[in-house]
Design a binder for this molecule. Structure first.
Ligand code: SF4
Ligand code: SF4
Length: 438
């Protein structure tokens, strides 16, 4: 709710800091470069992903899957332990919705906790202009994960972004505006898949934001009821999801902590202990001692550790080069003037390292005696790039079909090599067949 009553308190101040840190991280990442390359850059046209210094090529998408698996398992692990910590503190949906609501309060000119009865037209215009600017900043930084921001600015100012790029930028900005201005917490209630399945990740030992009904009930005016809850409804008024936490754990609760600050302020005024609403495990509300170590937490931790170790081992054993061999499909073989049969190949050489590299190409054949003819050998390939080279393999006089093995060796890192097998194709008889086989 845009009109949720603002509240100050220790969690509110911590959430301001968390919001600022998260926005700085999300907006800062595309601008940070390591050895000239962006920290994160999903380079779709170049078919490579730059992720924290690692350049992932299409054949190595298992790295991306491992990263995604680790992120998902971390979410499961922390949800089992801390409930909706992600929703309340780190989800961009919550963070930007909160920031947009703060903007509204400042620009509309709220007095303390009260929205003005009439908001002047100019204030509304300024507010929507500020929301649009914020939405564009979000859209810009989403696109900047796919096209480095300096390049994006250069193309925008020169009018060279292209139809698809411009459509992507406008669509993400428009989506951000619609989401953070109109949809807001409704997204969490009805659209967020994480909100749907987190129920199965919870148990009675999971940390949630809970109301201590044993202490609070029966609720009523001070002195008129025995419970500590004076039924002031401040916790309901500050809730951006518009729910009453005193009714128990609800799907709509995004764990934003505002009701904790609200109720703590009331308890302070009444000179009663804080914590009527607090972070607590459901078990503690039933008088049980919550457990931290339990089967589901251990399972998630073990799976997370296995994923991390698999990632580390795969990375350590990674050879930062690759070779793809393509047999010429137009003419399977040709016959040279001296009568020898030749096969043409296109080699795609991938340099996954962050420095330019020279690769030496060698041929092994079975039977031996086949000759490799390459226009350039060693072959230079720029950092994190793919180069293509056309080569010929000539058979010795009278040779037929054969097994070939291309060996690509790194000049910078002796010992790093990749081998690719293929087949030499020749006409049926040593001297028979056509001039070229199509
Ligand atoms: S803020 Fe605290 S005292 Fe007031 S209604 Fe909510 S739980 Fe009761
Ligand atoms: S119930 Fe409390 S923690 Fe949950 S969304 Fe409302 S104010 Fe935030």
């Amino acid at each position: 709710l845009l009109n949720a009553r603002p509240i100050d308190g220790r969690f509110r101040r911590m959430r301001h800091a968390a919001n600022a840190a998260l926005i700085a991280i999300l907006f800062g990442i595309p601008w940070i470069r390591i050895q000239g390359e962006p920290l994160v850059w999903l380079d779709i046209p170049g078919r490579k992903f730059h992720v924290f210094g690692l350049v992932i090529f299409p054949q190595e998408l298992y790295f991306l899957w491992l990263i995604l698996a680790a992120l998902a398992l971390s979410l499961f692990f922390f949800t089992a332990l801390g409930g909706r910590l992600w929703c309340g503190w780190a989800c961009p949906q919550t963070v930007f919705t909160d920031v947009f609501a703060q903007l509204a309060r400042r620009i509309e000119g709220w007095r303390g906790t009260k929205r003005p009865a009439h908001v002047a037209l100019w204030r509304r215009a300024v507010l929507h202009a500020a929301w649009l600017a914020g939405s564009f900043a979000i859209g810009f930084h989403v696109v900047a994960y796919f096209l480095p921001p300096d390049e994006l600015i250069a193309r925008l100012s020169a009018g060279r972004l292209g139809g698809a790029g411009l459509a992507f930028l406008l669509a993400t900005s428009a989506l951000a505006y619609a989401d953070f201005v109109f949809v807001r917490q409704t997204f969490c209630k009805f659209l967020c898949p994480y909100a749907r399945f987190q129920g199965v990740l919870f148990d009675r030992d999971t940390l949630v934001i809970g109301y201590d009904a044993k202490r609070g009930e029966p609720r009523g005016k001070r002195g008129a009821a025995a419970g500590d809850c004076v039924d002031c409804k401040l916790c309901v008024q500050v809730c951006p999801s518009g729910i009453d936490i005193r009714k128990g754990l609800q799907l709509e609760c995004i764990a934003c902590t505002q009701c904790i600050d609200a109720c703590d302020a009331v308890m302070d005024r009444l000179d009663r202990p804080r914590g009527l609403i607090a972070y607590r495990a459901l078990a503690s509300l039933e008088g049980l001692r919550p457990r931290i170590v339990r089967p589901r937490v251990v399972v998630y931790a073990v799976l997370l550790a296995v994923t991390a170790v698999t990632f580390g081992v795969t990375l350590a054993r990674r050879v930062p080069m690759d070779l793809v061999v393509e047999h010429n499909r137009d003419a399977l073989y040709t016959r040279a003037a001296d009568g020898r049969v030749g096969n043409a190949f296109t080699l795609h050489i991938e340099n996954r390292a962050r420095v330019a590299e020279r690769f030496t190409l060698r041929l092994e054949s079975q039977p031996p005696g086949f000759e490799l003819i390459a226009g350039m050998n060693p072959i230079r390939v720029d950092a994190t790039s793919i180069a293509s080279a056309r080569v010929f393999v000539m058979a010795p006089h009278g040779a037929g079909e054969a097994e070939l093995r291309f060996v690509l060796e790194s000049a910078l890192r002796p010992g790093d090599a990749v081998k690719r097998e293929t087949r030499f194709i020749a006409p049926a008889g040593p001297d028979g067949g056509a001039v070229s086989g199509r």
